[in-house]
Design a protein around this ligand. Structure first.
Ligand SMILES: Cc1ncc(C[n+]2csc(CCOP(=O)(O)OP(=O)(O)O)c2C)c(N)n1
Ligand code: SF4
Length: 297
């Protein structure tokens, strides 16, 4: 990995995320893989708030804060502007400029979905990275369309009425694949080489690319800060977060755990699942087994 990717840090360490925040790891690895010739559009959310408390910034590439709902629309505009400057003014001659949009799961699967679908369907040459911490963290852990089944959030609170979130997690990679775009992938902060290879490929491909990366959140998931990377790994090993890519319609698993661990080993590490009974865990395990069989994991 050290040989393949530059040592240069384009994402500065002095941000204001919670200790152990996985979103910082997403940004750091993305920029390492994409390199300096990158322009970022960042939807409102934790990543934006923690990296740019005025007048400071953690970004060492051009970066634009955009509204909660329009990261993909702004990235489309940036891509069109770069094309136009190339054609009309001869700027960026012979250069590949990466246009990368970052949105949280709320900003992507919910409020930014329309802008994202439009950008993908129009075929803009951009990479959209959905950093998925599975709730609206910046505003106090409200559920999103990407919150997993049975997770407790402030708007899907586990108690005597409901057992946490009562709907399955929205399957964003497959929805994006249905747009017929050239590249879709899932990733994890705990498998950095796999993620960076995917970012590199997504940048090199001509046309829209979408990567959804699972990002453990100490505050919203309820676990000690030092466990972020371990949790990301447990999610992959338990099969709740499979790593794959879909390149020009071809599906390929990029990491297959040699032996899957039980879902309980993952769930028991987090407060958002502490209400689960043995029956709940069994139900969850059956769902995961079925999904893994479908996905070839
Ligand atoms: C139109 C609009 N509605 C609501 C908000 C308030 N708001 C800011 S960030 C945020 C949650 C962001 O959640 P997500 O996209 O999942 O990112 P995270 O904070 O988890 O990183 C909300 C609701 C807003 N900024 N704009
Ligand atoms: S709430 Fe979660 S996503 Fe937001 S800064 Fe803290 S750890 Fe990161």
């Amino acid at each position: 990995m050290a040989r393949q990717f530059p040592r240069e840090e384009l994402f500065a360490p002095g941000h204001r995320g919670c200790a152990g925040c996985g979103a910082a790891i997403v940004a750091r690895l993305t920029l390492k893989a994409a390199g300096k010739n990158t322009i970022v559009a960042n939807a409102t959310g934790c990543l934006e708030v923690m990296t740019t408390p005025y007048p400071e910034t953690a970004w060492r590439v051009p970066w634009m804060h955009v509204a909660f709902e329009n990261a993909a629309a702004v990235a489309s505009g940036i891509e069109a502007a770069v094309k136009s400057l190339k054609r009309k003014r001869g700027l960026y001659e012979g250069e590949k400029v990466n246009v990368i949009a970052f949105g949280g799961d709320g900003g992507t699967a919910d409020i930014g979905f329309q802008a994202l679908s439009g950008a993908m369907e129009r075929g803009h040459d951009m990479v959209y990275i959905m950093y998925d911490n599975e709730a609206y963290m910046n505003t106090g852990v409200q559920r999103s369309g990407s919150t997993p089944y049975m997770a407790s959030t402030t708007t899907s609170p586990a108690g005597s009425v409901i057992r946490g979130e009562n709907r399955p997690k929205k399957n964003m990679p497959m929805i994006m694949a249905a747009h017929g775009i050239p590249y879709v992938a899932t990733a994890s902060i705990s498998y950095p080489e796999d993620f960076m290879n995917k970012v590199k490929k997504a940048c090199e491909i001509d046309g829209p690319a979408f990567i959804q990366i699972l990002q453990p959140c100490t505050t919203g998931w309820g676990y000690p800060a030092a466990k972020t990377v371990e949790l990301g790994r447990l999610a992959v090993k338990a099969g709740i977060w499979p790593l794959y890519e879909i390149e020009n319609g071809e599906y390929r698993v990029t990491y297959k755990p040699s032996k899957r661990i039980s879902i309980e080993e993952y769930l028991k590490t987090q407060k958002r699942y502490r209400h689960l009974t043995e029956e709940d865990i069994e139900e969850m395990q059956n769902l995961i087994n079925h999904k893994c069989q479908e996905m070839g994991i």
